[in-house]
Design a protein around this ligand. Structure first.
Ligand code: ADP
Ligand code: MG
Length: 511
């Protein structure tokens, strides 16, 4: 590593002002940057920026004693995102998941890199044995994409190197979350176009709920302008729902259809996508605390979320800050594909992404999103949402849509409400609004237990920082690990079983 750093010793080049970086930088990487840095005048601006950022990062990492890969190649290709430059830095393989890796990712390291690199924000993600650093570019270099920039109609945006981020209806429901102005409604619009442009109306029907009537509206400062409407789009199964009555009908319509399909074992009917912008608004499920909560809407939506897909019924839900506590654990857990825009802080990012390390509070807003999949090996992707324009709306296939009456749908086989909440705080560790810690029963799972066998001295703080384990779980699992270890020792020594769990078991048996 030292040998490598020596090659980077020369002072960093200043960032050239006013010259937009070009994607040419994406062709540059794997240590080649060091050689090139000796002839700055002949290279495109962005590679110089890349070298500068790389230098800044390596110097900070060295100070933090992060052990980098010992082989020749320490960093990967710099790549251009719409609003950031990304460079992977490889760690020593043995360091992955160690304290050294945590140092490479922690807030203070990112802040130090940000200061040395002179950028507004630095984000970092782990990808296998690399840490991918993202350096926010100055505003004048940002790119905005329209749907016509997409190479394929099923796309919704472009990631680094203009790679397509597709949206497909497969086996997951979708959550689009982020604070106001993060670009949720525009993202949902782009998803709607992706669905309509890759399926015929007889293949997929749409039910839209838009309580704030924001679809097709663009805001610039205080002024708002309309670029189009989904009214009468050929894919709509019903008119777009705005009022409480229309929303109630829309939910009952989809729920009734699901009941029909599930009772008759219909699994190959045309797809239905129920799209809800602003789930928490008063007319949809409302707020538990304000007394305007529509429990029956939430219950139906939860059932659709947990059981709809096998009957080809999909949810696309937009909400600013949905939590387990104001929806339900079962509902949140079933939104397996998540698009997270800018949020207020790290805790909100963790709660909405359902995992740590996304850092959505470091995004820039207005269409800067991270796609978070929950499947194994599903990497995060930061991308810029391609905005639908007036031309996209004008090209929409239209036909009259009638508001057919909907019978109120009785809820069938409601799922058992309780066990679903059990692991809520474990799944969303920083959700301050999650059920009170002592209301939650902690389940000791093998993976968490293994952590405590491996790291016997783990403190509450470390447990949270490294593994996202909350205090209550920390205490219980640590105690469990200790008791278990003591019991094994005692049994080995030939003593009879004596652990508190065994005692409890005996007691329960007696009762
Ligand atoms: N992908 C995007 N590209 C360009 N501008 C965007 C994009 N997404 C959002 N914006 C801008 O940000 C504004 C707010 O977006 P919107 O989707 O209404 O946010 P939210 O629903 O999260 O409050 C839009 O009116 C538009 O001006
Ligand atoms: Mg909105």
């Amino acid at each position: 590593m030292l040998r490598f750093l020596r090659r980077f010793r020369q002072p960093p080049h200043p960032i050239p002002a006013g010259r937009p970086p070009s994607p040419a930088a994406a062709r540059n990487g794997n240590g080649a940057a060091a050689t090139r840095s000796s002839k700055p005048s002949t290279r495109p601006a962005i590679s110089e920026q890349g070298i500068f950022y790389l230098n800044a990062t390596l110097s900070v990492l060295q100070r933090e004693r992060v052990r980098l890969a010992t082989r020749q190649v320490v960093h990967g290709r710099p790549a251009r995102g719409a609003r950031f430059l990304e460079i992977p830095i490889y760690l020593d393989r043995e360091m992955v998941r160690s304290l050294s890796m945590q140092h490479a990712l922690k807030d203070s390291t990112l802040r130090a890199i940000r200061a040395v690199a002179g950028v507004d924000a630095v984000n970092a993600w782990q990808q296998r044995n690399a840490i991918v650093y993202q350096y926010q570019l100055a505003h004048q270099f940002w790119k905005f994409y329209k749907r016509t920039d997409l190479p394929s109609p099923d796309g919704i945006g472009l990631g680094v190197g203009r790679s397509l981020v597709p949206f497909q209806l497969n086996n997951r429901h979708t959550l689009v979350a982020g604070e106001t102005r993060s670009g949720k409604s525009v993202t949902i619009e782009s998803i709607l176009f992706a669905i309509m442009q890759s399926h015929r109306p007889d293949e997929v029907g749409l039910v839209l709920i838009d309580p704030n009537q924001t679809f097709g509206i663009r805001k610039d400062g205080l002024s708002a302008g309309e670029v189009g409407r989904f009214t009468n789009a050929a894919h709509l199964l019903r008119p777009v729902a705005h009022s409480y009555e229309q929303i109630d009908d829309a939910i009952n319509y989809v729920y009734g259809e699901w009941k029909r399909r599930t009772r008759n074992g219909i699994q190959d009917a045309p797809g239905i996508v129920l799209v809800i912008d602003e789930l928490m608004s008063e007319a949809v499920i409302g707020d538990r605390e304000s007394g305007s909560h529509h429990a029956e809407h939430l219950e139906k939506l939860t059932q659709l979320a947990s059981q709809g897909i096998k009957n080809n019924i999909f949810l696309v839900v937009g909400a600013q800050d949905p939590r387990v506590s104001n929806t339900s654990g079962l509902f949140m857990r079933n939104l397996g594909l998540r698009f997270i825009g800018q949020v207020t802080d790290g805790a909100a990012s963790r709660a909405l992404a359902g995992q740590s390390g996304v850092n959505a509070h470091l995004l820039t807003g207005n269409g800067d999103f991270v796609r978070v999949g929950k499947g194994n090996g599903d990497q995060h992707t930061r991308f810029q949402v391609a905005e639908p324009t007036r031309a996209d709306f004008n090209r929409l296939e239209r036909r009259p849509v009638r508001a057919t009456p909907v019978a109120p749908a009785e809820i069938i086989n409601p799922p058992p409400p309780e066990p679903d909440e059990v692991d809520a705080t474990l799944l969303f560790p920083d959700d301050e609004e999650a059920p009170e810690a002592d209301e939650v029963e902690v389940c000791v799972d093998a993976l968490t237990l293994a952590i405590y066998f491996h790291e016997k001295q783990l403190s509450v703080r470390q447990a949270r920082a490294r593994y996202g384990i909350v205090r209550r779980a920390h205490q219980e699992v640590r105690q469990f690990a200790r008791d278990l270890e003591a019991e094994v020792k005692s049994l080995r020594a030939g003593n009879p079983p004596n652990s508190p769990y065994y005692q409890k078991l005996l007691q329960e048996r007696d009762e």
